[in-house]
Ligand binder design. Structure first.
Ligand code: FE2
Length: 466
């Protein structure tokens, strides 16, 4: 494609944004086209296959000159000779997406028939040549200790503020093998041009997104508002999520935002709360959740979705989800429920409250599902009235990341602040009778909440009431 035609395409794609009616407030744009697709692949996102011992998938973007979806993959060797034994893998034709940053071609390639517990290197073809070699490790077939990262809503201030949290998490914690995202990866409203937001999301995680398999759940912000032919307002999945993530197709039939992955003794089950609440799939998802838990042979079962069962910011819990899914979590003895949406932190071990829960622990009670809510990005909500007594620990106006280590009968959960301070932690031990929870004995920093208009860092309180 000539330079002239690229410029013409850029102008054509920018035109609709400029032609918005005067009543629509302009969506902020980054200066220029900083996230234009280039001659080398970018937005490279690794995801596990349904069976990550044998398969991985990659989604990425190129300029439109790179018509084919083409990768090379090899079992990694330690000398600079990866190309010698690399196999070429192709994917279906890419999908063109126009945006304010110009046209881009999105590709997806699936790697299959891989050897378990093995380091592979792959690279992707762009119009000017290959990407660097990127390495991942397939999962082991048996339970084997591993570490994963759990992130709440990245959503706002993605590059400005969330990026440091993500980078601190990876910098301070080697060996992260999976990343669980609890939805609202980008705001996709009026904060910033949506393509800029996804550019920021990729810049924030950078090569970590390309070498560590990602487990994203959709949040309400992955959906965009639409008006149906009958004039009713509805929602549909926005264009970026399915382009960015080549997910396993093993969830609720027809609902690709639900899926599960077995990883070294843990079954991760990903649900779509927005579709369940707003688009009529609650019953289907609930049946699928129950069946997927019933068939799990994993020692640990972790469920990941966006709208929390127990909220720390809103006046009410998410009643639809609480009614439909909580009984299944209880019946099937789910270990962790990882959520977002509330832009605060909450670790809840009993609906009856923290005091009753602590007393029950002292008496040797079995621990049921542990409910977590967390936030990575800059938007913050104030805690609700229940949050002062119901969850074991909460935070307000605090960016956080969570590192989880799974090792046989022990699961170690640690929550860190943006600057890397230990904020919360507990260990679950799985016995014949069920789980036992122990608070970490490592020192944690003091509870972070606003006091009036003063935030926990001494400046203004940035958490607003929901
Ligand atoms: Fe959110």
């Amino acid at each position: 494609m000539s330079r002239l035609s690229i410029v013409a395409l850029l102008l054509a794609s920018a035109a609709p944004a400029m032609a918005q009616p005067a009543t629509t407030p302009p969506v902020p744009r980054s200066a220029g086209t900083p996230y234009a697709a280039r001659t080398l692949p970018d937005r490279i996102m690794l995801t596990p296959a349904a069976d990550p011992t044998q398969g991985m998938a990659v989604a990425y973007r190129t300029d439109t000159a790179q018509a084919t979806s083409e990768a090379q993959i090899a079992i990694s060797v330690d000398g600079p000779t990866l190309e010698e034994k690399a196999a070429t893998v192709t994917g279906p034709a890419g999908t063109v997406k126009n945006s304010a940053n110009g046209p881009a071609l999105y590709h997806q390639i699936r790697f299959d028939k891989l050897t378990p517990d093995t380091v592979y290197a792959y690279r992707l073809k762009g119009s000017a040549g290959w990407s660097e070699w990127l390495q991942f490790r397939t999962a082991a077939t048996q339970a084997k200790p591993f570490r994963f990262l759990y992130l709440g809503d990245i959503q706002n201030g993605i590059l400005t503020y969330a990026s440091r949290v993500i980078r601190q998490a990876f910098h301070a914690n080697g060996g992260i093998e999976l990343v669980a995202h609890a939805g609202d990866l980008a705001a996709q409203r009026d904060d910033l041009d949506h393509d800029d937001e996804w550019g920021e999301f990729n810049q924030a995680g950078a090569y970590n997104w390309s070498i560590v398999p990602q487990l994203p759940a959709t949040g309400n912000h992955e959906y965009v508002d639409v008006t149906l032919p009958d004039g009713k307002e509805s929602r549909k999945l926005g264009p970026y999520f399915p382009l960015q993530f080549a997910l396993p197709d093993n969830g609720v039939p027809g609902l690709k935002t639900t899926y599960y992955v077995d990883y070294q003794g843990v079954r991760f089950i990903i649900l779509d709360g927005t579709s369940a609440i707003d688009l009529g799939t609650m019953a289907q998802q609930t049946r699928w959740l129950d069946a997927t838990l019933a068939s799990s042979k994993a020692k640990w079962n972790v469920v990941l979705f966006h709208q929390p069962v127990f909220t720390c910011a809103r006046p009410d819990d998410t009643v639809e989800i609480k009614a439909a899914w909580k009984p299944v979590f209880d019946k099937r003895k789910v270990d962790l429920v990882l959520q977002g949406h509330d832009h605060c932190y909450s670790r809840l071990t009993s609906e009856t409250g923290r005091e009753a829960s602590a007393q029950a622990r002292k008496n040797g009670a079995i621990q049921g599902p542990v409910y977590l809510v967390s936030v990575t990005g800059s938007k913050m909500y104030g805690l609700n009235d229940r949050a002062r007594t119901q969850p074991d620990k909460t935070a307000e106006a605090t960016e956080l990341y969570q590192v989880v280590d799974v090792d046989g009968d022990r699961l170690k959960f640690r929550t860190y602040t943006a600057s890397g301070k230990l904020y919360d932690g507990f260990d679950l031990t799985k016995g014949a009778d069920g789980n036992h929870l122990a608070d970490t004995s490592e020192p944690t920093i003091a509870v972070r909440t606003c006091t009036g208009n003063i935030g926990p860092d001494g400046g203004k309180c940035v958490a607003r009431g929901k």
